[in-house]
Design a protein around this ligand. Structure first.
Ligand SMILES: [Fe+2]
Length: 352
């Protein structure tokens, strides 16, 4: 059965208007896009927020907020609302939203609780406030289901980019913590679990993802608030629940989802990671944070890191050359300069 489908229009206002269309994605916008920026870990109360202006220098077609977009950290919904309004008042953000499509998922702090999962009492109320802030239309699929996950396609056949924004909070089970002192190279407490009943995405979201990977697309971007590959530093990441990460890889392989890579945030520094899955080179470009940075976290162990980590205010940039069938993954600093860039041919990202 075909889903109820939607077309994005109102780009200039940053809001989405939904209308029926023959596209099997939660949201579709027919304009071909070439440049996508993303960021995370943005606290308007930190004062300086130069990254919005740095992003605007690159004139992206879309901007993805990957979570910790504010530091809500409360069960007081009036306070949470107030903190979202503070982001809305940031001049750089207002200008970005004024002329760029802005889409978003959340992480723990804007969800409402540090390192939070399904036990957060205010998750339904928080979801409503989140969707209102990001101007999801009244008939948005995200208003009809639990969790803020959503799929977005941009472009036309041959130049179709699908962005899958995951919700790694709403359904997530509690994670096991290590006992005793922290191991060398780690900065957090979490250890991988072998309890395969533990979920990160929850069954409804897994089913949705399975369906969404059947939507035709020439490039797919998996947007995860937490890191997908880097799992040795003891922080929250997909490696805490290795069976869930394996399920993600196996799902991508099942659908032969070529030209797919991940983007992530959360850790207060930037890095690019790469992991081989049965011959497929899976990349995860982490950009964090727009305001928050940590040198000690950037020094933690990541055997999958490509190049160096960057503990500076930063944002991610994805540039697609449709004619050349190539793309470039970059990290920009507060001046808009690229401090990391990694070119890739589409042909490098294919399942065997
Ligand atoms: Fe986080």
């Amino acid at each position: 059965m075909r889903r109820k489908l939607f077309t994005l229009v109102a780009i200039l206002t940053g809001s989405f208007t939904a209308a029926d269309a023959e596209v099997e994605s939660d949201f579709h916008q027919p304009d071909v896009i070439q440049k996508i920026a993303f960021g995370s870990c943005s606290n308007p109360r930190k004062g300086k927020t130069p990254m919005f202006d740095a992003v605007r220098k690159h004139k992206p077609d879309a901007f993805i907020f990957l979570g910790d977009n504010i530091y809500g950290d409360t069960e007081d919904m009036e306070l949470l609302q107030k903190k979202w309004m503070e982001l809305g008042d940031v001049e750089g953000f207002r200008k970005l939203r004024g002329n760029t499509t802005v889409i978003a998922t959340w992480d723990d702090h804007d969800y409402g609780v540090n390192d939070g999962g399904k036990s957060y009492k205010k998750r339904e109320e928080s979801q409503r406030i989140f969707l209102d802030f990001f101007k999801d239309p009244a008939d948005s699929p995200r208003r009809k289901r639990a969790g803020v996950y959503g799929s977005y396609t941009f472009g036309t056949p041959g130049k179709m980019c699908q962005i899958l924004l995951l919700d790694t909070r709403y359904f997530r089970d509690e994670l096991p913590r290590a006992k005793g002192p922290k191991a060398k190279g780690t900065v957090g407490w979490y250890v991988p679990t072998d309890d395969t009943s533990k979920t990160l995405l929850g069954e409804a979201q897994w089913k949705w993802l399975d369906e969404q990977l059947q939507v035709p697309a020439d490039i797919r971007i998996i947007g995860s608030s937490i890191q997908v590959l880097a799992h040795e530093k003891g922080m929250e990441n997909w490696g805490n629940v290795p069976h869930q990460r394996k399920r993600l890889f196996e799902l991508l392989k099942k659908h032969k989802a070529d030209h797919t890579f991940a983007i992530s945030g959360d850790v207060h520094f930037a890095e690019l990671s790469k992991m081989d899955f049965e011959g497929y080179p899976f990349f995860d470009l982490t950009s964090s944070g727009m305001t928050n940075t940590s040198k000690s976290w950037a020094a933690a162990k990541n055997s999958f890191r490509v190049d160096e980590s960057h503990p500076v205010q930063n944002a991610g940039l994805i540039e697609i050359d449709w004619a050349d069938k190539s793309l470039e993954l970059s990290i920009i600093n507060k001046d808009g300069e690229k401090v990391l860039h990694h070119p890739l041919k589409f042909s490098e990202l294919e399942f065997k």
